[in-house]
Design a protein around this ligand. Structure first.
Ligand SMILES: NC(=O)c1ccc[n+]([C@@H]2O[C@H](COP(=O)([O-])OP(=O)(O)OC[C@H]3O[C@@H](n4cnc5c(N)ncnc54)[C@H](O)[C@@H]3O)[C@@H](O)[C@H]2O)c1
Length: 359
């Protein structure tokens, strides 16, 4: 038996990974307590996705309603499967930097202590398992805002002659910048994951994501930008763009492309690996470019307004350098760009969103 323990299994990345690894023949044990609904309200609940997984995957999927902060529950789950555990994919999190400031202790408890519980349970019961952690580009804080950026018609861009023109690499400083409390709790987790790799010689990886996206995102105002933008356009919900003239740039990676990167790592793992991962130069957009695309796809104008003040610690321009990951895994390729991602989000959700508006 090959078991994959996937935390946050009803969330965007966790649910797509659950389907992927079940199809690869793993017995997937999913850990998710729907805390996303506690963070962001009922509209962001991932319960619908959990039910869908249970219906689609049957015996291949076992759901555990465990809170990753519960050390004893996590330990006894790992004790049950021991060395059958081939993979731990840790995606459960408090994922929003704005939300973290409302309740820093809960944020740190979930993101940092929860990660420590999982690392320790892996070390005690399944030390040979591959441990993959979904970190974030927020570990670099707002230091990218100090790069030489140029305002163009629809976006901010890095000076064309700068060494980071193809994206920001992993050796960029994570120190002495504004991270948001979310960024700080993720840094703690990221460094712990590296340390368990280095110190205990475990096979761990931190994937520092740009914007992760896809049709299964339960998009909400504080998290899940492309999915929420599309939802607002479809349902006529007003949307506010915060700061930077709406020209802030994000790179966006489809969940399928991210999971194929996880799989490449799983098949040929390393110790204490750190990778920036995102859409890179291939898949990125500014806010106003994304709004234009949503309007084009839905055929309706979006009701959006602009607020001068940017979110604290928000990036003006972020594009991930994919060079390190590509050097280690040369067969991996991105398949989706932003227009394709938005079209798929639209196709997969339009009926559900319209129905919910009518009711
Ligand atoms: N989505 C992005 O743009 C993005 C960008 C960079 C990094 N990340 C990271 O990637 C990971 C996955 O992101 P996502 O977009 O799939 O998030 P998501 O919110 O869709 O999924 C996370 C899941 O974890 C569950 N969860 C939260 N706290 C829990 C707890 N204490 N115990 C058990 N389950 C819990 C939630 O209910 C949710 O279903 C997160 O670690 C996030 O920080 C996301």
């Amino acid at each position: 038996m090959s078991v994959a323990i996937i935390t946050g299994s009803a969330g965007l990345i966790g649910s797509e990974a659950t389907k992927f690894f079940a199809a690869e023949g793993f017995d997937v044990v999913g850990v998710d307590n729907d805390m996303r609904a506690r963070f962001f309200g009922a509209e962001a609940s991932t319960q619908w996705n959990r039910q869908r997984l249970q219906a689609q995957l049957g015996d291949r999927y076992k759901h555990e309603e465990i809170d990753i902060r519960d050390e004893d529950a996590v330990a006894s789950l790992f004790e049950r499967y021991q060395n059958d555990i081939a993979l731990v994919l840790h995606t459960a999190a408090q994922p929003s930097h704005d939300w973290a400031a409302r309740d820093p202790k809960t944020d740190f408890g979930v993101n940092a202590n929860g990660t420590l519980n999982l690392l320790e349970a892996t070390r005690q019961h399944a030390p040979e398992a591959v441990f993959i952690f979904t970190s974030t580009n927020k570990v670099y804080g707002d230091a990218p805002n100090r790069l030489p950026l140029v305002e163009q018609t629809t976006r901010w861009e890095i000076n064309a002659s700068h060494e980071y023109v193809d994206g920001i690499p992993e050796d960029f400083s994570i120190d002495q910048s504004m991270h948001s409390l979310f960024g700080a709790s993720k840094v703690a987790a990221d460094v712990l994951v590296q340390e368990y790799g280095r110190y205990f010689d475990m096979r761990t990886a931190c994937f520092r994501g740009g914007c992760l996206t896809g049709p299964s995102h339960s998009g909400t105002q504080l998290h899940g930008f492309l999915a929420y933008l599309m939802k607002c356009t479809v349902t006529g919900t007003p949307y506010t763009v915060f700061g930077y003239n709406g020209k802030q740039v994000r790179d966006n990676i489809h969940s399928a492309d991210l999971i194929s990167a996880f799989y490449a790592f799983f098949q040929n793992p390393k110790s204490a690996a750190v990778y920036n991962i995102g859409g890179g130069r291939y898949s990125n957009c500014s806010m106003i470019e994304a709004i234009g695309l949503c309007e084009q796809i839905t055929g309706r104008p979006m009701d959006w307004s602009y607020s001068e003040s940017n979110r604290a610690g928000d990036h003006i321009w972020w594009i991930s350098s994919l060079a390190r990951f590509r050097a280690d895994y040369p067969d991996w390729k991105l398949k989706y760009d932003v227009p394709e991602i938005l079209q798929e989000i639209y196709d997969a959700n339009v009926e559900r969103w319209v129905e919910a508006t009518v009711v």
